[in-house]
Design a binder for this molecule. Sequence first.
Ligand SMILES: [Zn+2]
Length: 384
Amino acid sequence: MWIGLDDTDSLLGGCTTYTFHQVLCELDCEILELRLVRLYPFAQRRTRGNAAVAAKIIPKEQTIDDLDRIWTEMIEPLKGKIAESEHDNRKQYPSEPGMVVYQNDPDPEYYWTAVRRQIDYLPTPVRAWGGWGMIGAAAACAWKGTNATYESIAWRKNMRAVDEKALIEVDHIDGTFLCRDPRLKQGLLAPRGPCPVMFGLRAFTVDIAESATKKLISAPGTAEIEGWRIFKTNQASGDHLAMIHKGKVEEILVKKGGHVIVQLEHDIVIAFGETGDVKLLAQSLVSGDCVEYVGLRASDGSIHLEGLRKTHSYHQERPLCSCGKRMKSMGKNQGSRCPSCRTIIKKDYESKLEYDPEAKWTMPPLNARRHLSKLDLNQNSHDL
Ligand SMILES: [Zn+2]
């Protein structure tokens, strides 16, 4: 049986993972799989990280009754919590928790829709409680679980503190990722603000997540925790991006504040200031260059870049003479002349499109990426 839960957090400091941890402690069933699933980053009513949680459990006779009671006692009171944030200009919706139960795996197509688009329906559950959150909750149950990574989440008892030395050690373990930003010399696994999460440690396997978590929580500089669980996740899967787009550059507009609008022949893409190397590459493009790009299409129709690669560079140069010498200009719009055999032609320039088979994907810096983003588009980008 699957239980899914979503939308119990708010900027006031709730966290769906923590609520779910409490639900599972209360239920006391055998857990076959526990998951944290990130959904469509542009969803209108999304919570901050737009994550839903689900668990596959072996139910007991009274499990549904227990869930009824848990819903009323623990989850329903979280409804309607909202707070204004100084850091987030986006309109905040009051939380509208939802919980669903499925006897069998829901159709994975439902997940694919919910990770890539706005969605407002639900595959019929065995039981459902609450409001809007039911959609994310159902999508978490419907995820096929392929292309997974793991995140071990520890919740704090009181203060939040993670041992700095142990953090550097786990960051160096082969198989953990995004623990620390080497560029900023800063941990990436502890959130800020009132959220109950102490840290979330990302890894490619359960075993690595487990051993690294034990190292972190036993380190002297790490504060006391309430509990921890390992979630299977779709983070770093790239599942939100359906395809690699291709386009030819027409015009570049560098805006105040640093973001770059690239007008392509058949599309408009935007590299925001915080996308670092992506923005720099976008700035350097010239009319005629060809690019490949990935990103999500915003409501205004433009694509917000999450990866960019210049496959063809456009050049103009003086024509080559049939004798093999490079020709020289005879003045603006006057044509070209060969310095060797004196042949004259009308053209000033020849344009050339140079293909770069080695062209690398550029991606935003680690701290500016989506949870769903692939770690390196240069590996397996054909999976998209
Ligand atoms: Zn010549």
